[in-house]
Each structure stands twice: as structure tokens, then as C-alpha cells.
Design a protein around this ligand. Structure first.
Ligand SMILES: [Zn+2]
Length: 392
């Protein structure tokens, strides 16, 4: 009789221990499953899975994996390492003087890549100046990270590059990120290199970045900067303003670069005011230097000091030569401007033009650029101009 309340108390506490145990076990299981998922996502297989779903940073990591598979494949095919030249960029270009049958080379590379979880997206065989050429576009499933050019023939043994063109023409199309409409898709599917400049934190910024990668285009951040007073519309989200602290300028720029991870460089969206002030541009230059990115001054103000300021920090920098379609939607006028740029490239060795994702611009670029003779004026990414004309 006396013992019963005690027993009951003991019984109750046992019962509450019993009911707490499953909750605890469940919590531990969730924790274990959670950390296992995180660990898996950080593993190679996880990175590949994320990359296939368009996560730019994962695609960047996986590019290293595809590169080593590609080099292993070349080794398997008996290609000596000194016949292989790797040009960094997006996509990475790998040139090979092939001493073996190109079919065997294709097979060896494809095998290695597929074993690692990647794939060859597109392959083509053609003849060029007496050489047989194999061109492979490869990477993960759904995106391209590398372009392989293997030559076999009279030129292959010396690995001579084709004669240099008279001029390099880099066309940048900016203001991407608002949507993924037919014009945007038309531009991304151009068969020639164009550099795609994407605004941060817009509804389609990340999708355009992912599609640009898939299409093998070079992507840069189109960073909003303050225009001179009275400009309409304003520069929009994340814009760098002259009255901001250096910390705030850095914070905004880093946030934009973190979002569009994997871009190769940056050009200014608007910025006719901001680019006149060396203070803010110094911060931009610092961040670019830390991340190994290049700068293109869109040159929205004749008084811009952006190019000189960035160059002082030893960041590779370029300047826009001509806007193709500013305030113009007439294809004839846009074509005239494009022809002026082509002529400039021929005369001076390089030309850089900026256009926008408008139907008239897309039409003109699609009609003219693929028709250019690459031995005369060659359409290239911005990074190729920097590679061909390195800055001290
Ligand atoms: Zn812009």
C-alpha cells in the first residue's frame, strides 16, 4: 500500500523516459541523415549531381574533373603531354597534335569521361588546310566545360596554330538576366563566341548563366553602377553608388559575384557617375584582383577613369569601342556599326563592341558574325583578346 505511490512515480518517470527515447532516436537519425546528405553533396558524386542541375559553382569544380579525364584519355591514346596545349577560358580549349588515329582518340577520351560521370556533348570531324581535325565539346551532362581540337596531318606534328587572323572582334551582349525569351535563346545559340554579361539578382540571372555555360559562351557580371543624375530608369538592384562606404561597395560586389559564381570578368551597367570616381573603382579593382577576374569599361561616360584605375591594380582591363544598338533598333544602322567594328579589328588588331538582347541586334549578329573569315577577322571572347595581348 505504501509502496504503490512510489511505484507509480517510478513507473511514470520510466514511461516518460520511454516516450522520450523514440524522439531522441529520430533526432539523431535526422542529424545523421542531414550530415550524410551534406557530406554527399560535397563529395565528387554530389558535385556532379549539382552540376547537372545547373549549379554554377559545382560546374566549375567538375570542370577540373573533366579536364583530368580528358588528359587521361589522351594519354590512353598515346598522345605525349608535350603535344597538348591547354588554353584556360570558358570553355577551356585543349589543342592536340594527334599522332594517332582520331577515331581512337575520340574513343579513349569518351571512355575516360563517361567513366568519371561526364560526357562528350558534340563531336565533329572536318578537313582544315590539309589536316584532319576532330572537334569535341565535352563536360558534364547538360553543360560544356571543354573544347578539344585534335589535328592530324601535315601541320599536326609541329602543332602549328593556323595563321593568326588580322583582327580579333569581341562582341559583348549585356543586360541579360531579366528573362529567357526567344531573343536571349537566339543569342546564346549563336555558333560564334559572344561574351554574355548578366545583371545580378534578376529573375533569370542564374538560368541565363547556366544556359550560357551549356552553350559554351563566356559569361561576365554586368554590375549596376550609379549613372549621372537624372538618368531613367535607375541602375537597379545592388547598384554601386558614389556616396557608399568602401565596405558597402565591396559587400554589394561580392554578393553579386557570389551569386553569379564562375564568371570570368565584369563590365559596368550604366555607371556614368560611378566610373568617374577613382575611390569606388579602386574597391572594384581590389575585388577583381582577389578573384582573378578581368574588367571591361563599358565607357558610359567620356570622363570614366575606370580603365586606368583598374589597370593600376594590375587587373587585366579592356575598353568598349562602340555601342552597337544604343537608342537604335534599326537593323541597317546596327549593321553599319558592326561593320565599323570589323574594320577597326582589321586595322588595329582588336575591336570590342557592346550590344543588347534586342531582336534587331540578335538578327544582325546572327547574319554577320558566322560569315566572317576567321583568317581575316575572328569573333572571340573577351578573354581571348587578353590572352593574345597580355598586359604587363
Ligand atoms: Zn547595361
Amino acid at each position: 500500500m505504501f509502496a504503490s505511490p512510489k511505484r507509480r512515480r517510478r513507473g511514470r518517470s520510466k514511461k516518460s523516459q520511454r516516450s522520450a527515447r523514440p524522439v531522441l532516436v529520430l533526432l539523431v537519425m535526422i542529424l545523421v541523415a542531414g550530415s550524410a546528405t551534406v557530406a554527399w553533396l560535397r563529395s565528387e558524386r554530389g558535385e556532379i549531381w549539382l552540376a547537372e542541375r545547373g549549379v554554377a559553382s559545382a560546374q566549375e569544380h567538375c570542370a577540373q574533373l573533366w579536364q583530368s579525364s580528358l588528359l587521361d584519355g589522351l594519354m590512353d591514346a598515346g598522345i605525349p603531354p608535350d603535344s597538348v596545349v591547354v588554353h584556360p577560358g570558358y570553355p577551356v580549349e585543349v589543342e592536340v597534335g594527334a599522332s594517332c588515329d582520331l577515331f581512337a582518340l575520340n574513343l579513349a577520351v569518351t571512355r575516360r569521361l563517361e567513366a568519371a560521370g561526364g560526357q562528350v556533348a558534340k563531336g565533329e570531324r572536318f578537313e582544315d588546310q590539309g589536316s584532319s581535325v576532330l572537334e569535341l565539346w565535352l563536360g558534364g551532362k547538360g553543360y560544356v566545360s571543354h573544347r578539344l581540337l585534335a589535328r592530324r596531318g601535315p601541320q599536326a606534328s609541329a602543332l602549328q596554330p593556323p595563321p593568326p587572323p588580322k583582327g580579333l572582334l569581341a562582341i559583348v551582349v549585356d543586360d541579360f538576366g531579366h528573362n529567357l525569351n526567344a531573343t536571349v535563346r537566339q543569342l546564346l545559340s549563336l555558333s560564334v563566341p559572344i561574351t554574355v554579361a548578366i545583371l545580378p539578382e534578376r529573375p533569370a540571372s542564374l538560368r541565363v548563366l547556366s544556359e550560357a555555360r551549356r552553350a559554351g559562351k563566356e559569361a561576365i557580371l554586368h554590375m549596376p553602377m550609379e549613372p549621372v543624375a537624372g538618368s531613367s530608369p535607375g541602375p537597379g538592384k545592388l547598384a554601386l553608388m558614389v556616396d557608399m562606404s568602401r565596405e558597402e561597395v565591396r559587400r554589394r560586389l561580392e554578393r553579386a559575384l557570389d551569386e553569379l559564381s564562375g564568371v570570368q570578368g565584369l563590365n559596368n551597367h550604366m555607371g556614368s557617375e560611378f566610373t568617374q570616381h577613382p575611390g569606388g573603382m579602386e574597391v572594384v579593382a581590389q575585388v577583381l584582383a582577389e578573384r582573378g577576374l578581368y574588367f571591361l569599361d563599358s565607357l558610359t561616360s567620356p570622363h570614366s577613369v575606370a580603365y586606368e584605375t583598374v589597370r593600376r591594380s594590375h587587373v587585366p582591363a579592356l575598353r568598349n569601342d562602340l555601342f552597337l544598338d544604343l537608342d537604335v533598333q534599326d537593323p541597317a544602322l546596327i549593321e553599319q556599326r558592326l561593320q565599323r567594328l570589323i574594320e577597326r579589328a582589321r586595322r588595329k588588331g582588336t575591336a570590342i563592341g557592346i550590344g543588347h538582347p534586342e531582336p534587331a541586334t540578335a538578327r544582325v549578329l546572327q547574319e554577320i558574325l558566322p560569315q566572317l573569315d576567321p583568317r581575316d577577322v575572328k569573333p572571340v571572347f573577351l578573354s581571348e583578346i587578353l590572352r593574345s595581348f597580355p598586359q604587363s
